[in-house]
Design a protein around this ligand. Structure first.
Ligand code: PLP
Length: 406
């Protein structure tokens, strides 16, 4: 058992940046006032919240008054979708995709129980590279569509959807547009002043080096809105509940850091990701990339190794302290291939052996080399035990030359 940890599971969660932790600490001790209080002691906390709100708005090109603090990305997603349904009670159609995170997928699938009304849910398919067909999307919109909810970037493959174009199309039809940008914010540039057709956007703190349990919902000024948590006057009556002060301040700092590090994310981190990906695909036969080669987050790679189980690979990697994921963290634990890979039509034998590595600025080249050293023999050994593996052979998998059971 290794004591060293090589953490490459940053789409599941990230470490809290030391600078973020440092910024938060006084709000657990000396600065414990309630930002809603009239006294100066609480008021100074209110000032810090204001600054954090501006830092978050800056990262995504929003105005501070368009930022609502929530408890997580999931709450932000629920709030946006349920809000749109309340704004347009006569409309009963939601358009989304087959590859959404459960925060959107499961909400939509349960929407009739939650609202007491029957809805039609269109889950758009994706192609083999995980991309959406814009014409098909446009054709799916009807006069009955209340909201479109499509993720900016996929948590499993990193595939980036053409969100600006999709939002434009929705807007031209008078339909509200929500994007779950939980995986995109802090990894790719987002400017809501330019992509001005987006009405709602979800953020989660723990994906960008802030703590778990803090999220943001961006609501464009003028967008019809109904709160999800009804209570006090916090967030100008848009989300009840005393603010999670320390985490909000941590998120503000994390957003400022993410802005400063965007360049590094898209150069150094991307280069490490590419070295890892290319190395694995070269060294390990019958391996394939899942997702679009270029329209992808700079930190994410999902690679399938045929004839082995992803869970077995993870266990062996774990012995070397290497943290990765098979599909999304939320779906691991189940032996079913992920709904994302199934929607992409990844062959059965490959979908089962898929591993996602998601890097961050805290990774280094040495760690990449470590994985490139350790993983090929793990796959080789597991394949020797696999009833499906008939040894190395030429020919593409699925072709007539291929003698394996695929
Ligand atoms: N949306 C996406 C794309 C995610 O990857 C996640 C978390 O994995 C969520 C939503 C949920 O975010 P949270 O854990 O903050 O509720």
């Amino acid at each position: 058992m290794s004591t060293k940890v090589v953490y490459m599971d940053n789409n599941a969660t990230t470490r809290v940046a030391p600078e973020v932790l440092e910024t938060m600490l006084p709000y657990f001790s000396d600065l414990y006032g309630n930002p809603s209080s009239m006294h100066t002691f609480g008021g100074q906390v209110g000032d810090a919240l204001k600054e954090a709100r501006e830092q978050i708005a800056d990262l995504v090109g929003a105005s501070a008054d368009e930022i609502i603090f929530t408890s997580c990305g999931t709450e932000s997603d629920s709030t946006a979708i349920l809000s749109a349904l309340q704004a347009f009670p006569e409309k009963r159609h939601i358009v989304t995709t087959r590859v959404e995170h459960p925060a959107v997928k499961n909400l939509c699938e349960n929407i009739d129980n939650l609202t007491g009304h029957k809805h039609k849910i269109t889950q758009l398919p994706v192609d083999r590279e995980g991309m959406i067909d814009l014409q098909r999307y446009e054709d799916s919109l009807t006069d009955d569509t209340a909201i479109v909810s499509v993720m900016w970037a996929n948590n499993e493959t990193g595939v980036i959807f053409p969100i600006a174009a999709m939002a434009e199309i929705a807007k031209s039809r008078g339909i509200l547009f929500h994007t779950d940008a939980v995986q995109a914010v802090g990894k790719i540039p987002i400017d809501l002043k330019k992509t001005s057709s987006i009405d709602f956007l979800s953020v989660s703190g723990h994906k960008l080096h802030a703590p778990k349990g803090i999220g943001v919902l961006y609501v464009r000024r003028g967008t019809p809105y109904a709160p999800f948590l009804i209570g006090g006057h916090q967030e100008h009556g848009r989300r009840g509940g005393t603010e999670n002060v320390a985490s909000i301040i941590g998120l503000g700092k994390a957003c400022a850091l993410a802005g400063d590090r965007l360049q590094e994310e898209n150069t150094r981190v991307k280069a490490m990701r590419d070295t890892l990906e290319n190395g694995l695909l070269e060294k390990i036969s019958h391996s394939m990339l899942n997702g679009h080669k270029t329209e992808r987050l700079p930190n994410t790679t999902s690679v399938s190794f045929e004839f082995v189980e992803g869970e077995a690979i993870l266990l062996h990697l774990d012995r070397f302290g290497i943290c990765a994921s098979s599909g999304s963290a939320c779906t691991s634990g189940s032996l079913e291939p992920s709904h994302v890979l199934r929607a992409m039509g990844v062959p059965f034998t490959a979908a089962h052996g898929s591993i996602r590595f998601s890097l961050s600025v805290y990774n280094n080249e040495e760690e990449v080399e470590f994985i490139l050293d350790k993983l090929p023999p793990i796959i080789g050994n597991l394949r020797e035990l696999s009833p499906f593996w008939k040894g190395e052979h030429p020919g593409k998998v699925g072709s007539s030359q291929c003698k394996c059971v695929c």
